[in-house]
Design a protein around this ligand. Structure first.
Ligand code: ZN
Length: 62
């Protein structure tokens, strides 16, 4: 058994893909999802922002 990390580790590709599948499925059945922005942590609900995991402002200044 491994000790729980103090901080959330950076998401692995597999975790990210699982998340993407869940989000896509939720959108497909008409649910609105919110994900925190990768850059600033602000909650995003706009479909394009959710898909990119970044708010419009953070997407602009990469
Ligand atoms: Zn942001």
């Amino acid at each position: 058994m491994t000790a729980a990390p103090k901080r959330l580790p950076r998401k692995s590709g597999r975790a990210r893909r699982a998340e993407d599948a869940i989000i896509a499925a939720a959108i497909q059945i008409g649910c609105r999802v919110a994900v925190p922005c990768d850059r600033c942590g602000q909650w995003l609900t706009e479909p394009r922002s959710v898909a990119a995991r970044r708010g419009p402002q953070c997407r602009r200044r990469v």
